[in-house]
Design a protein around this ligand. Sequence first.
Ligand code: NA7
Length: 537
Amino acid sequence: NPAPAAREYDALIIGAGFSGLYQLLCLRDRLGLNVQVLEAGDGVGGTWYWNRYPGARCDSESHAYNYTFSKELFEEWEWTERYPDHAEIRRYLNHVADRFDLKKDIRFSTRVVGARYDEAANRWSVTTEAGETLTAQFLITAVGCLSTANVPKFPGLEEFGGDWYHTGQWPHEGVDFTGKRVGLIGTGSTGIQATPVIAETAAHLTVFQRTANYSVPAHNAPLTPEFKAWVKENHAEIRRIMHSNTNGQAFFIEDRSAWDVTPEQRQTLYEAAWAKGGLQFRAVFRDMLLDKAANDTAAEFLKNKIRSIVKDPVTAALLADIDHPYAAKRPPIDTDYFATFNRENVTLVDVRRAPIEAITPTGLRTRDAEYPLDIIVFATGYDAMTGPLLKLNIAGRNGLPLAKAWEAGPRSYLGLQVAGFPNLFTITGPGSPSVLCNMPVAIEQHVEWITDCIAHMRKRELARIEAQTDAVEKWVEQVNDAANATLLPQAVSSWYLGANVPGKPRIFMPYAGGMARYREICANVAARNYDGFALSD
Ligand code: NA7
């Protein structure tokens, strides 16, 4: 039998998380395009489809962690807690998908394994794991930034006699830790969320820490009826705040310097922010991420909190031995993380001093000790931002692989397009502010920009858009300058720099100039007839 003809679409979208769902809605319902979403999972949710580890919860507050494009949608959905957990976020995204009848245009359980640009036809040809080929004029990646698990290549993992899991590929049926000796590797946001929950049921939990981390209490709680009513009545105002600040959150960073107040006042402000909890701790002073001495005042406050919570002085010292500025790595928020180390059944192990050498059939071996384990949890993070894109095996003009184009690190124009890859749009791509921002806000901006761009092209009968090399060069420079104006690059082990993945080029990937400024830059580019892009028919 002859191979079936490739299915043809106007646009193909890869991923059915926050980005893919909204991009489908915009292109299908606002522009009338023939669109198909390809999704590896068997349901919507994207990153939240896979991340079901114990304690998995968003660190943006729930009223800020939703779409804002529809007032009705915003007002009809009610979150139950201050921070939504993974299951509630999936319920929300299912609600959105059903409300706008999106699922009929999503192919679930369909993993993309290749995408190739055909210059003569000006079409993208996308291959699935099942061997099917689909083509489209536009290819839009909606694959998220933290969706490719980083499992360190420790020798011996295959011979491990117990069970092991990466937090980003968690079994849907859950894991029973009751009576087990559990080892957890990694103390980023994920390890910090999972540790207290696992400790509740495990016989013993050993946390392997390579880099000590700050954390601020989340103070999660059910939302009161008054707060829910306030949210419903304030859609426009909440949206306005999220659109006008640097981080897309529903609060402003205070416009005061750490040096505008006395040391006593600083202490009072930090105590108040600690009591309030969450990411707002970062908002106490405007110069916290700009001036190292200002940051030191926050860092010292947070280290003192660790010392006051953790009873064993050796463990406390190890947890407080933090060598990066506060919030220069993505700042975790927690529920009883530090207090968990006061439990009898929890031990902290320093794997910076004595690194993990191997996984053995019965546990884990560091340079100076053996740890018998039944379960190993890898909270070791992600091949962030570039990992999910490179995994797609994308080839642009003349068959140039994206991996080759990005050999020395990612290079994009506005995080939206790559030179040599016409009509490919990368939602929340490297070079965009997405991961430094409340994600749904960053996503809505990208999706709407791409939608407007395609509408513009259709209206003028333009068939092709491609980032120009000089615009890419200039943007890469702006991304570097924006990062260097902050303390962010000082966190040398950060995934923002790709430092957590051995061999990955050390490039500061996100745009750190702030979401509001970025929004303005993108709007200006569009207004100047897509300055920096080549458009052709
Ligand atoms: P992160 O923040 O990248 O944290 C991963 C952790 O795993 C971090 O403590 C790493 O230490 C540790 N790690 C990674 N590889 C190893 C090896 N080989 N040995 C020991 N320890 C290791 O990922 P998360 O999942 O916690 O959070 C990702 C984002 O999700 C978060 O920022 C939020 O935006 C949501 P390191 O610091 O590299 O020394």
